[in-house]
Every structure is written in structure tokens, then in C-alpha cells.
Ligand binder design. Structure first.
Ligand SMILES: C[S@@+](CC[C@H](N)C(=O)[O-])C[C@H]1O[C@@H](n2cnc3c(N)ncnc32)[C@H](O)[C@@H]1O
Length: 211
């Protein structure tokens, strides 16, 4: 998986053309199973409004919708969103889809009971801003779930630029207003397609509004 470094209009990670080219190069780019940590954390919750930021082909959005969440899936790639819509239709699931840059989308100020960020590997200030605005989109009592490639994945899966990878240190103060409930490093065995390496998982909650 080659990840060249270049700048473009938005400055957010890679642009629409980059991602459309990657998706168009394969009938399916990422696996279809939902993230297992997401499943673990979310299974105990009462379904509400969820947003999947950078949803891709929609493995997590589809699982949430199957489990009665009211899902909005946002991605900059219309190719990926097209695949997600086709899969949702086939299963008879209603998912609201938005082709947009994540940060632009978050600017609308909507609140969600669950905010999902799965493998969004931005660098530096772009990432700081992304995580801050994702945290701001969590409703009182709601949760944020993040899974991504850990710095220890260098030489294994994911982007091979250290600045795009996560560490525990880089996440512990990244979500203003939220309490971090879980912050853990997960080793993914080789042979797990597209996932080989080390991941980081964060599960955070905004305290419920005081009565
Ligand atoms: C590695 S994929 C992960 C997809 C999905 N979250 C999953 O776990 O299967 C990263 C996704 O982020 C999307 N993306 C990248 N930059 C984006 C941006 N600025 N705004 C919205 N989506 C973006 C890409 O199109 C791609 O679908």
C-alpha cells in the first residue's frame, strides 16, 4: 500500500482524487467485517444517532445500521460512498450518506450519540483539528470511538510515515471535553488482510449534562 506525500487543496491527509483512484483500483479495498473493538464497546449501548467519519465502503456503518443505529456515513470518495449505498440497499438498511470532507461536514455542528473514526491517518495540526472537532460532535452522554494504526506499525501495515501514525501520548489529550475510558494498543496478527501491524483504540465519553 503506497502512500505518497503531497499537498492538495484542503491539506487534510489525501484528497478525493487520491482516494477515488485507490478505490477504483480494486472491487473492494478494505475488509467487510466491522471493527471488533467497536462491536465490543457499542453492543452495550442503546442505539441512537451515529456518524461514521471517513466511512469508506461502510463496514462499520452497515454494522451500526443493522444494530438499529441511525447512521450518517461521511466520506470524501464518491466511489466508496457508492459502494456503501449499494451494500445498504441490498440489505434494506437506511443510511444517510454524505460525500464531503470530514472537517467541512463537522462544521455544521450536529451532535451524535456515537462518533466513529476508523483508520483516519492524518498528520500534525490537521489531525489535532480533526480530533478536536470530532470530539465536539459528541452529544452529552455520547461516545467517540477511534481505531487507527499505531506508531509501532512502522514496517508493517498502514501508512509508513511516522507523523500519520498514532501513539497513546498523542491521543490522551486529543478530545477536549471527553473522558477517555479506554486507550489501548492492539497487536494484529499477520494474515489478517489489510490489518497486519499494531493498532490503537480509543473509547471516550462526554459526561451527561448535569441535572
Ligand atoms: C483507510 S480508509 C478507512 C475506511 C473505513 N473507516 C474503514 O475502517 O473501513 C480512510 C477513508 O477516509 C476517507 N477520507 C480521507 N480523507 C478524507 C477527508 N478529508 N474527508 C472525508 N473522508 C476522507 C477516504 O476516502 C477513505 O475512505
Amino acid at each position: 500500500m503506497e502512500e505518497e506525500h503531497h499537498h492538495h487543496g484542503h491539506g487534510h491527509g489525501h484528497g478525493q482524487q487520491h482516494w477515488n483512484e485507490r478505490y477504483s483500483g480494486a472491487p473492494r479495498l478494505f475488509n467487510s467485517e466491522p471493527d471488533e473493538s467497536l462491536v465490543e464497546f457499542v453492543s452495550d449501548l442503546t442505539p441512537g444517532r451515529a456518524v461514521d467519519l471517513g466511512a469508506g465502503e461502510g463496514r462499520n456503518s452497515l454494522w451500526l445500521a443493522r444494530n438499529k443505529w441511525q447512521v450518517t456515513a461521511v466520506d470524501i470518495s464518491d466511489v466508496a460512498i457508492g459502494r456503501l449505498e449499494a451494500a445498504a440497499k441490498e440489505e434494506g438498511l437506511g443510511i444517510k450518506t454524505v460525500v464531503s470532507d470530514i472537517v467541512e461536514f463537522l462544521g455544521h455542528g450536529e451532535l451524535y450519540d456515537l462518533v466513529v473514526l476508523a483508520y483516519i491517518q492524518w498528520a500534525a495540526e490537521e489531525r489535532v483539528r480533526l480530533l478536536k472537532s470530532a470530539a465536539a460532535a459528541v452529544a452529552p452522554g455520547g461516545h467517540l470511538f477511534l481505531v487507527g494504526h499505531h506508531l509501532d506499525s512502522l514496517g508493517k501495515g498502514g501508512p509508513q510515515q511516522p507523523e500519520r501514525l498514532y501513539t497513546e501520548e498523542s491521543l490522551k489529550d486529543a478530545f477536549p471535553g471527553l473522558d477517555i475510558v479506554v486507550l489501548e494498543r492492539i497487536e494484529r496478527p499477520a494474515g489478517d488482510i489489510g490489518m497486519h501491524g499494531v493498532d490503537i483504540v480509543a473509547w471516550a465519553q462526554r459526561p451527561s449534562a448535569a441535572i
